[in-house]
Design a protein around this ligand. Sequence first.
Ligand SMILES: *[C@@H]1O[C@H](CO)[C@@H](O)[C@H](O)[C@H]1NC(C)=O
Ligand SMILES: *[C@@H]1O[C@H](CO)[C@@H](O)[C@H](O)[C@H]1NC(C)=O
Ligand SMILES: *[C@@H]1O[C@H](CO)[C@@H](O)[C@H](O)[C@H]1NC(C)=O
Ligand SMILES: *[C@@H]1O[C@H](CO)[C@@H](O)[C@H](O)[C@H]1NC(C)=O
Ligand SMILES: *[C@@H]1O[C@H](CO)[C@@H](O)[C@H](O)[C@H]1NC(C)=O
Ligand SMILES: *[C@@H]1O[C@H](CO)[C@@H](O)[C@H](O)[C@H]1NC(C)=O
Ligand SMILES: *[C@@H]1O[C@H](CO)[C@@H](O)[C@H](O)[C@H]1NC(C)=O
Length: 506
Amino acid sequence: MFMADFKSFKAFIFLLLLLLFNTGILAKEEEAEVIAELKKQEEDSQPFVGLNIGTEVSDLLSPKDLVSFLQLQKITHIRLYDANSDILRALAHTKIRVIVGVPNNQLLAIGSSNTTAATWIERNVVDFYPETLISAISVGDEVLTTVPSSAPILLPAIESLYNALVASNLHTLIKISTPHAASIVLDPFPPSQAFFNQTLTPIIIPLLQFLSRTGSPLMMNLYPYYVFMQNKGVVPLENSLFKPLTPSKEMVDPNTLLHYTNVLDAMVDAAYFSMKNLNITDVVVLVTESGWPSHGDSKEPFATIDNADTYNSNLIKHVYDRTGTPFHPEITSSVYIYELFNEDLITTPLSEANWGLFYGNSTPVYLLHVSGSGSFLAKDTTNQTYCVVMDGVDTKSLQAALDWACGPGRSNCSEIQPGENCYQPNNVKNHASYAFDSYYQKAGRTVWSCDFKGVAMITTTDPSHGKCIFPGSKKEVNNTKMESPSSNTTSEAQSRLMGDVNWRTA
Ligand SMILES: *[C@@H]1O[C@H](CO)[C@@H](O)[C@H](O)[C@H]1NC(C)=O
Ligand SMILES: *[C@@H]1O[C@H](CO)[C@@H](O)[C@H](O)[C@H]1NC(C)=O
Ligand SMILES: *[C@@H]1O[C@H](CO)[C@@H](O)[C@H](O)[C@H]1NC(C)=O
Ligand SMILES: *[C@@H]1O[C@H](CO)[C@@H](O)[C@H](O)[C@H]1NC(C)=O
Ligand SMILES: *[C@@H]1O[C@H](CO)[C@@H](O)[C@H](O)[C@H]1NC(C)=O
Ligand SMILES: *[C@@H]1O[C@H](CO)[C@@H](O)[C@H](O)[C@H]1NC(C)=O
Ligand SMILES: *[C@@H]1O[C@H](CO)[C@@H](O)[C@H](O)[C@H]1NC(C)=O
């Protein structure tokens, strides 16, 4: 498979360099430089999660604030739908990599004139690179399906832009491709039977040959949400949301016997099989859009915060797990989530304005559950997040987690002792929330410090109540002297609650 070839090619280069060092052809400083470069390339080739930034937002952050926000959220890859010069300028000297876009309405001009293409590259790429790390150019968006009349001009436009990149010697640093809708792939399930719409192959074949020749990715916008909505009853919701499946619900491809546990992997493999049908086996799929809406009208009952949170959280984990797809376990596609901000200026359908992880002013629409994925998207800009008990978990798991938090976890549990401010209501749920939050705040509010084997969750709602002020809360303690604690605090119920574990002296 081509990835294996790629790896052995790398190994070959490495051996070659080793040989050069040993024969003294490369000096020591050069050696260090080469190793640093190899390391950098290794990092660059790791799969990542990026964010699409649409700007139909009424209260969009200024470019400078936008960049600060991206840095705070540890977002390292973004895609723009145009080449907004203010944003590109604000991104200068950051480590954020950006895909710039050629809007569909500029294709005709660029595809019919090499000079126009050269000017576009000059103004939107050369003027910013390398201060701004432009990683790729996406030429048009879903052209074959949304503006078929521009289809014949698509490849000429890409080639003209590529030639301009070559002229500036940027063609090895900046990739160029065009994002497609999933609907160009027909019969995607089972993936091994998928093929490109034959009406489009006269355009797709030379395009794929270009991508293969230039080492560029096939850009695909893949939405399990729409697959689920269009095939209700056939495609299970769990499967669309990357939830664990019972083996009986896994899709098995009868031709390859590959097991599919989620819809996105099946869609990616359908693209690989479609390319294979055209004898193209060395082009990697890059998912330029994927996501789930958090709100919709009555016709979109599955556009909910819970489903959006589950899909995007699991998607992020799936990419960072680097398990590839059943057909290509050695290749994990990078994914750009659609999208960073709710685009409130888009009016119909309602769900269209609700794909964002954040509102335009950067408050989160919901908090992702991405423990284990580093600090990516982990921070809330208000700095006011708390860790509390998740709804619907059983008391036994909760008690075990509480014992751990107040014991080995060294949470400060003094406030939930009998008679103290957070003792009431006297139940495991209340006490565990306090203990979890104490642990989470002490650990610096990292996502992975709010898990407790899956019984805890992060919230932006301050759980403080009455005199009980939770760790991390900015609420003032009411200093009015409280009445002294009653004497009956070491009740039987309480002894049962505390269990045998001596966690009071943690
Ligand atoms: C653009 O340049 C390419 C390569 O130099 C050439 O083959 C092509 O005919 C030119 N296109 C136009 C529209 O001038
Ligand atoms: C294939 O593409 C053509 C041209 O865009 C379109 O008219 C046709 O509906 C597509 N076929 C299917 C099955 O989607
Ligand atoms: C792919 O390769 C096979 C075998 O070499 C050949 O028969 C077939 O025509 C090729 N298909 C295309 C679309 O080039
Ligand atoms: C959030 O915390 C960071 C670092 O602790 C700090 O720099 C920033 O000013 C805080 N923001 C708010 C809104 O409190
Ligand atoms: C534990 O919390 C209480 C109440 O907030 C505080 O007075 C006490 O100093 C804390 N103890 C430690 C060891 O931090
Ligand atoms: C503090 O507590 C006292 C007595 O419970 C109450 O009367 C007073 O309004 C409280 N003050 C604030 C600021 O909540
Ligand atoms: C003390 O016991 C009485 C009677 O059993 C009960 O009504 C009251 O709520 C208890 N007080 C506390 C603080 O647990």
